[in-house]
Design a protein around this ligand. Structure first.
Ligand SMILES: C[S@@+](CC[C@H](N)C(=O)[O-])C[C@H]1O[C@@H](n2cnc3c(N)ncnc32)[C@H](O)[C@@H]1O
Length: 220
């Protein structure tokens, strides 16, 4: 994955995670949810860096979760990690369950708005949400580039194999920095911050986007 990221955005997986955790600000003792945990590295990093607390990673691919569990077994803090099979679009947790909800490079594989609704729902008032994901550079919204993108997405989909279809769908779930800002605001988050990194010298490749915000604290 790191090589793909380097190719598109000129940035490695470790840096994506570093910046994600800076934005998520998990504190010792927090309950943290990692959505689309994959092989578990984000959740494991949280367990290593936090004292106490409980870190839950969810993913809808059992093979990914099996790898995550294998990785966690070798790590300090393993007893505070839990990996579960679930979809980002229907999280099996009560409202307000987590202090921090984060996700790395997974949301564009889901219906982003629906996943964000769920992530905000399970976040406690005053809690932090932070996302790193593949994003769309602003150029993708300019005609005629936007028409060409639409054409290629449909052409890709028409190839008919499931991977091409999934990738075309994922492509439609990438948003520009400005669109991310609007999405977070529409979900009722405060103190939102969005940053996009494009590969130096080009404006057409997908970029990496970090988007974060705080759920309104209804008490104070
Ligand atoms: C590119 S991987 C990123 C993994 C990890 N977050 C990381 O940064 O190393 C994307 C992950 O999202 C998961 N995923 C895709 N759709 C999902 C959904 N609807 N709910 C939960 N996980 C999903 C995939 O199974 C995969 O493990």
């Amino acid at each position: 994955m790191s090589k793909e990221l380097e190719g598109f955005a000129g940035i490695g997986h470790r840096e994506v995670l570093d910046r994600l955790l800076q934005r998520a600000q998990p504190q010792d003792g927090d309950a943290v949810l990692d959505v689309g945990t994959g092989t578990g590295w984000v959740a494991i990093r949280c367990a290593l860096e936090m004292q106490g607390g409980q870190i839950t990673g969810i993913d809808m691919t059992p093979e990914m979760l099996a790898q995550a569990r294998r990785h966690a077994e070798r790590m300090r803090g393993e007893e505070r990690l839990q990996f579960s099979l679930a979809s980002a679009m229907s999280l099996p947790y009560p409202d307000g369950e987590f202090d921090v909800v984060l996700s790395s490079l997974a949301l564009h594989h889901t219906a982003v708005s629906q996943s964000l609704d769920e992530m905000v729902r399970v976040l406690r008032p005053g809690g932090h949400l932070a996302v790193a994901d593949m994003g769309a550079p602003p150029a993708w919204r300019l005609a005629p580039i936007s028409w060409l993108m639409l054409f290629f997405t449909w052409a890709y989909k028409l190839r008919g194999n499931p991977t091409a279809k999934a990738e075309a769908e994922a492509f439609r779930q990438t948003y520009t920095a400005e669109e991310w800002k609007n999405l977070l605001t529409a979900k009722g988050l405060k103190r939102t911050q969005v940053e996009a990194v494009l590969r130096p010298g080009q404006r057409i490749y997908p970029c990496v986007i970090w988007a974060s915000g705080e759920k309104e604290n209804t008490i104070g």
